[in-house]
Design a protein around this ligand. Structure first.
Ligand code: BTN
Length: 331
């Protein structure tokens, strides 16, 4: 699924779980035709939204959507000195913020979208979620550190998310190397960090800007498990209905605090906390490099830079995050 027709979000915002709303009433409200409303509902359904459509009555949401609230979030983030952009839809919040960062973006910026047509995942994969099913945002961090001193950043971000989720009431989230958040072995959230183009200078000591993209499933985990072929979970399965605005504020606060700490110390300050919530410590895992055969061993954790340490029959081997993806093996 790519871009949605521009009318989809305005139409869906007219719907609730309580009452049916007729296509005619929505069309009148939005000053468009009933056929456009019908097409927008169809596109929303194709984007994964569960809408009940009953002839003669109209449309109703199967489950409520916690919309991002521009006024509330604008006020809260302005107080924190963070410039916020809220979009109904973008191809990718990371792509958008990378472009913005290269031009005029301020020191601290946050971009959120209700829908991403081409959400990016690690290693060139797509990141998918149904309409209304996820929290997707990207945060710009301008560090004084050069790119070479950012190793372990995605792990520190993972720790921040676990801590943020804990203050939000979720006590048992864990990290998977290098950048997933799991609950009970199923993926709840993923992190994609991309460096902004001001890092492309030849000066290896030049300060660095990073775009930290986070996608967190709020619902739809079961459907996603089938489509991505790995266990996926969602926050509502563990916490019930979630206010996405409160969640976003909690996670960005946790992220911001972690980034300040990382700026001072690098990954070392997160080393112990990372191991304390590591899902695969001392367990058998398999590492898949971009090319070649998978390497199996026992996960020993990470070193002071955040590189993975694997006990193999040939001794302890070290892997860096761009190189491999990790799969748990049944012991
Ligand atoms: C992964 O698990 O592979 C990383 C997923 C990262 C997804 C988020 S959603 C917000 C931000 N914008 C993107 O295009 N990707 C990240």
């Amino acid at each position: 699924m790519n871009d949605l027709p521009a009318l989809v979000l305005p139409v869906v915002r007219q719907l609730t779980t309580e009452h049916f709303r007729s296509g005619e009433a929505i069309a009148r409200q939005l000053n468009c035709s009933r056929a456009s409303v019908h097409n927008a509902i169809r596109a929303a359904q194709l984007a994964g939204l569960d809408v009940h459509a009953v002839h003669g009555r109209g449309y109703r949401l199967a489950a409520p959507i916690s919309w991002l609230d521009a006024e509330r979030l604008g006020t809260e983030f302005a107080r924190r000195g963070i410039t916020l952009e809220l979009h109904d839809q973008l191809a990718s919040t990371n792509a958008w913020l990378l472009h913005w960062a290269a031009h005029t973006a301020p020191q601290r910026a946050l971009v959120c979208a209700e829908w991403q047509g081409q959400g990016r995942g690690r290693r060139g994969r797509r990141w998918q979620s149904g309409l209304g099913d996820a929290l997707t945002f990207s945060y710009l961090w301008r560090s004084a550190r050069p790119a070479a001193q950012l190793s372990g950043l995605s792990l520190a971000v993972g720790v921040a998310l676990v801590e943020g989720l804990r203050t939000f009431g979720l006590t048992h989230a864990q990290v998977k190397w290098p950048n997933d958040i799991l609950i009970g072995g199923a993926k709840l959230a993923g992190v994609l960090i991309e460096l902004a183009s001001d890092n492309l200078s030849n000066d290896v000591l030049a300060p660095c800007s990073a775009v930290i993209g986070i996608g967190l499933n709020l619902r739809g985990g079961t459907v996603l498990s089938e489509s991505v072929g790995q266990p996926v979970t969602d926050l509502e399965a563990h916490l019930g209905t979630v206010d996405r605005n409160a969640l976003l504020l909690t996670l960005v606060d946790a992220l911001d605090a972690a980034l300040s700490r990382f700026e001072q110390t690098g990954f070392s300050a997160f080393h112990d906390a990372w191991h304390a919530c590591h899902a695969h410590q001392a367990l058998p895992v398999s590492l898949q490099p971009g090319q070649g055969e998978a390497i199996s061993g026992v996960m020993l954790g990470v070193d002071a830079q955040g590189a993975l340490l694997l006990q193999t029959p040939d001794g302890i081997r070290t892997f860096h995050s761009g190189e491999v993806s990790l799969r748990a093996l049944t012991p």
